[in-house]
Design a protein around this ligand. Structure first.
Ligand code: GAL
Length: 415
């Protein structure tokens, strides 16, 4: 799979560069390509917090400092949350030499990065390959190397690179009605920033955000992407979260250490999600080996939300060193059954009631055979902390949108 991905990417990249090299905005880039064999960052899915899902365009320097403080004081840092990521709306204007400055909400980015680092955390930033970001701020088009060097000089550890205005301003203008040529332009733009980041010599997690277009999972790993969004934006709404989960089917084979599918950031603690929905959202992101980027209001986090975000045994599923993404193995009515292979031969099983009430599929009977398991299995319910015995055909009652998440350390496999 990887060999195929590298080959097809190399072919695409060659044609992409010949198409792009005629434009004045794309200077020749000579930085070496990263080797897939030795990824430096994101060996497990990145964990941290991002400003967008709660603050949107209002985020300030103070919000980032407060959030960093909270990540430490709530125990989130100890649970594995490391990256404090500033999303869109930090950007100011470029000066006469093309150097990008911050806007008034972020008076001193270097000082902010130093502050976040002083807490033992890492800091992330946001840009895009177009002239403007999604929120209409300055993008990196024509300034990729300059911006990458600037990030490195500030001490940035993570970049989310969001397609947005590159679509109308470059893809549609340079290759009207030619989707294949547009895709090449897009891949070349992501490759250019990857090389610019690598050329800084600083390990920087590279997060592609182009909404899962053009089977990004097929070409992003070879290009140097550590994670790539697989869908449009998440919202703090069960139907949206469930729709995103359903769109991950079949993508599990593309994830692995250094390169992950990104079903978008967490909405745990946001909007009107019920406790069951928050729990299921978090459980499914763990089953999906998804990046765990919290997006809630940390200074006002309720204890029950903190308990979800810092459940170490669920986090251990997400961060499992085998790095194999789980999959929905079967559905019956509105109940879905997921499995994820874990290091040491263990397995995580999640049963989700996606129905709007308990009676949607009641009683639901667990089919262990369909999970390739034979007979009763002893495991741990990761939300109650209790030992559970899973037996063939056992009836399960789950509240609407709730989950049973079980870790079985010594599964008995069906022959
Ligand atoms: C969207 C992106 C969001 C957020 C926003 C900022 O395109 O999917 O996650 O980054 O832009 O403007």
């Amino acid at each position: 799979m990887r060999a195929f991905a590298s080959l097809s990417f190399a072919a695409l990249a060659l044609t992409a560069f010949s198409a792009v090299s005629q434009t004045p905005t794309t200077p020749k880039v000579t930085a070496p390509k990263a080797s897939l064999a030795t990824p430096q960052v994101a060996q497990t899915p990145p964990m941290g917090w991002n400003s967008w899902n709660f603050f949107f365009g209002k985020v300030t320097d103070k919000n980032i400092r407060d959030s960093a403080d909270q990540i430490v004081s709530t125990g989130m840092k100890d649970a594995g949350y490391v990256y404090v990521n500033i999303d869109d709306t930090w950007e100011g204007e470029r000066d006469a030499s093309g150097v990008l400055h911050t806007n008034a909400k972020f008076p001193d980015m270097k000082a902010l990065a130093d502050y976040v680092h002083s807490k033992g955390l890492k800091i992330g930033i946001y840009s895009g390959p177009g002239p403007k970001t999604c929120a209409g701020y300055a993008g990196s088009l024509g300034h990729e190397e300059q911006d990458a060097q600037l990030y490195a000089s500030w001490g940035i550890d993570y970049l989310k690179y969001d397609l947005c205005s590159f679509i109308p301003e470059v893809m549609e203008k340079q290759a009207p009605n030619d989707k294949a040529a547009q895709m090449k332009l897009m891949i070349a733009a992501y490759d250019k920033m990857d090389k610019a980041l690598k050329a800084t010599g600083r390990p920087i997690v590279y997060s592609l955000c182009q909404y899962g277009w053009d089977a990004v999972w097929e070409w992003a790993p070879a290009l140097g992407g550590n994670l790539w969004r697989t869908t449009g934006d998440v919202q703090p709404d069960w139907d949206r979260i469930y729709a995103i989960v359903s769109q991950q089917e079949g993508l599990e084979r593309y994830a692995g250490p250094g390169h992950w599918n990104d079903p978008d950031m967490l909405e745990v603690g946001n909007g009107k999600l019920s406790l069951a929905e928050n729990r299921t959202h978090f459980s499914l992101w763990a089953m999906l080996a998804a990046p765990l980027l919290a997006g809630n209001d940390l200074p006002n986090m309720k204890p029950e939300i903190k308990a979800i975000l810092t459940n170490r045994e669920v986090i251990a599923i997400d961060q499992d060193r085998l790095g194999k993404q789980g999959a929905r193995v079967y559905s019956e009515g509105e109940v879905d059954v997921w499995a994820r292979p874990l290091a040491g031969g263990a397995v995580a099983i999640a049963v989700v009631n996606a129905g709007s009430d308990r009676y949607a599929t009641h009683p639901f009977h667990l089919n262990l055979r369909k999970l390739s398991l034979d007979g009763s299995q002893t495991g741990k319910d990761l939300w109650t902390g209790k030992t559970v015995e899973l037996t063939e055909n056992m009836p399960l009652e789950l509240a609407s949108h709730d989950v049973l998440l079980v870790r079985v350390d010594a599964p008995k496999a069906a022959k």
